[in-house]
Design a protein around this ligand. Structure first.
Ligand code: ZN
Length: 269
């Protein structure tokens, strides 16, 4: 048997039970090792030092908090698109079964892998920051499947990767003691003035900032939405402004995931 060199990403704890070797399309090998060890049961307690925030997810900015923090949307796929198109064109010109075709195929696969890794790293950083600094995050439950059916936005929405990010928030929330609340997507979080409750019916996607007609508050649309999500989770918004009670609206993602009919256009209510 010839020994194989490997890079160990994490210390191997416990007794290895089985190893799965996988190969990516670009030809990299990964070994995932399942081990067994005795770990005392963990009790996830809410971090009392943390803040309670609202979190608005978007395409212009990836995420905006009710504290006014903005995380840019890096659009990794969009940035690699030109390179990808050139490489894909080259691949399509290579003769089937030739070694040059195989090389070209690996090059294309490597670009896809890089994009996925960049997106993953970025989302790990943000989800770690948010769950370790806060005790509660209120986000809108998104009908991602339904949104992706809108062809104009499908690529951008796939590239931004909200679903994956929310999953990260949930499991990191369990580790750092941060609750993730989901507010029903039909709650008008963008249209509502988070100061006085006035509903701006004519708000469109193109409007980034607006002034409330009633109380004259001047809003960044996304920060205002994040504030509303926070207030709603705090039950500080009167019931009549929503379509159902906070108990019904604020639900864990498990209850919302995959229940959308998938017919509607993106709702940025
Ligand atoms: Zn107002």
């Amino acid at each position: 048997m010839t020994p194989i060199k490997m890079v160990i990403h994490r210390e191997i704890l416990g007794t290895p039970k089985n190893i799965t070797i996988s190969k990516t399309p670009s030809g990299k090998y990964y070994a995932s090792i399942v081990t067994e060890q005795d770990v005392p049961p963990q009790v996830a307690t809410v971090n009392p030092e943390g803040d309670k925030i609202g979190l608005d997810l978007g395409l212009k900015e990836f995420a905006i908090t009710s504290k006014g923090e903005k995380f840019e949307n890096p659009r990794y796929f969009q940035k690699s698109l030109r390179r990808l198109k050139i490489r894909q064109r080259r691949l399509s010109r290579k003769q089937k079964g030739s070694s040059n075709r195989n090389k070209a195929r690996v090059t294309v696969a490597k670009i896809h892998e890089k994009v996925a890794n960049q997106r993953q790293d970025y989302q790990h950083k943000i989800s770690l920051k948010l769950t370790s600094e806060n005790q509660r995050i209120s986000a809108e439950s998104l009908n991602i499947k339904g949104m992706v059916k809108n062809r104009k936005l499908a690529k951008q929405i796939t590239d931004v990767g909200w679903g994956n990010f929310l999953t990260m928030l949930e499991y990191k929330g369990d580790i750092y003691g941060c609750e993730i609340h989901y507010v029903d997507r039909f709650f008008p979080s963008s249209k509502r003035c988070s100061n006085c409750g006035y509903i701006k019916q004519d708000l469109t996607l193109a409007i980034r900032e607006w002034e409330c007609r009633e109380c004259k508050s001047f809003w960044d649309k996304d920060i205002n939405a994040a504030l509303n999500l926070m207030l709603f989770s705090e039950s500080k918004i009167p019931l009549e402004e929503g379509k159902s009670t906070p108990d019904q609206l604020v639900a864990r993602l498990e209850m919302n995931r995959g229940t959308g009919s998938g017919q509607e256009a993106p709702s940025f209510a």
